[in-house]
Design a protein around this ligand. Structure first.
Ligand code: 2BA
Length: 109
């Protein structure tokens, strides 16, 4: 068994939830915040048998899109405000950032 942690954009999270449910993939959703943009995103925790990992990765890949976002405010509150920080910077976010982790034990009481 493995744990798949998938960080996705909020805009894709409902569709991804539905796809997981439709394909009988059990999942837990967390509301998370990206450290760089400091904007909300969604982290899915999926506990899955080894032989279904590719199937789950394919669902994520097919459902999550990458998008351009623009940052117009300074990224750090410690950063002094100057004329340069007012320029919008383009950042490409997603489709999904995915980690696959080993599981030592699984108990369901
Ligand atoms: P954020 O940290 O808000 O990052 C949003 C996007 O900003 C990133 O998209 C990337 O394009 C850019 N970015 C992040 N850090 C940067 C930096 N130091 N310099 C320049 N650009 C930077 P993604 O790479 O698609 O990441 C989307 C979200 O996935 C991230 O939101 C974060 O919540 C998570 N994430 C990405 N890589 C991670 C990692 N290695 N560990 C933990 N979480 C990660």
């Amino acid at each position: 068994m493995k744990i798949i942690l998938a960080i996705v954009q909020d805009k894709d999270s409902n569709r991804l939830s539905s796809e997981f449910t439709k394909n009988n993939v059990r999942v837990t959703k967390l509301s998370t915040t990206g450290g760089f943009l400091r904007a909300g995103n969604t982290t899915f925790i999926v506990g899955i048998e080894d032989e279904r990992i590719d199937e789950v990765l394919e669902i994520i890949k097919e459902t999550c899109r990458s998008r351009e976002q623009y940052i117009t405010s300074p990224l750090s509150l410690d950063m002094p405000m100057d004329v340069h920080s007012a320029h919008p910077i383009e950042v490409k976010v997603g489709g999904a950032t995915v980690f696959v982790l080993p599981v030592e034990g699984f108990y369901h009481y």
